[in-house]
Write a new protein. Structure first.
Length: 200
């Protein structure tokens, strides 16, 4: 049986999340909302607002080809603190942006609806010869799966974010990692941990 591979890259989530040349404006929009909250509690959100402001500036198309390019530049220069700051701020942006239930590119829902099936034991499954490769950090694939079957996409079949698979045949491989939580129960417990980017 031939392996069918889908490569998800730039624009695959464009109906829910910004593409490269819209990223900076979208981050600034989120910062504006956070600043309204920060008026009531300046200390709690100030570092988040500062780092998202910094990220939005770096994400401007005229400053760097892409945010990925800027990340690699930091990595190559050995600027570890700014590299961690970038990862934390970008992850936080995606988590907060996608916490809105309406932030969903419904093309993924159509995709899951078309490929999923139910066997005789009423277990939902997918074709065994299917592989999804995603360049994107977002959780649109996972959110859509949950929307379609009302169940979480089981940990991407990944043991951790270092690309160690828990099976010889993973369904989804996130090539650049994933800026999200594995399930809704993780959200409240780990959101504060996400932004403590000084933690090794």
């Amino acid at each position: 049986m031939a392996l069918v591979t889908y490569l998800l890259g730039a624009g695959a989530s464009a109906r829910a999340l910004p593409v490269v040349n819209q990223l900076s404006d979208s981050i600034y929009g989120l910062v504006d909302k956070l600043k309204q909250i920060a008026i009531q509690d300046n200390t709690a959100l100030q570092s988040v607002v500062d780092d998202l402001d910094w990220l939005a500036e770096k994400a401007k198309h005229e400053n760097n080809t892409t945010i990925d390019t800027f990340a690699k530049q930091l990595y190559l220069r050995g600027e570890g603190e700014d590299y961690k700051r970038l990862i934390a701020a970008l992850s936080l942006y995606f988590v907060l942006k996608q916490s809105n239930p309406n932030c969903l590119d419904r093309r993924y829902c159509d995709f899951w609806t078309n490929i999923l099936n139910i066997d005789k034991s009423h277990t939902i499954g997918h074709p065994e010869n299917l592989l999804l490769l995603s360049w994107n950090y977002d959780a649109q694939v996972e959110k859509a799966y949950h929307e379609v079957v009302k169940n979480h996409f089981k940990s991407f079949r990944v043991k951790n974010r270092k690309h160690t698979w828990d099976t010889a045949n993973p369904l989804l491989i996130k090539l650049n990692g994933s800026a999200d939580f594995l399930n809704e129960e993780d959200f409240g417990n780990k959101l504060s941990m996400l932004y403590n980017w000084n933690t090794p």
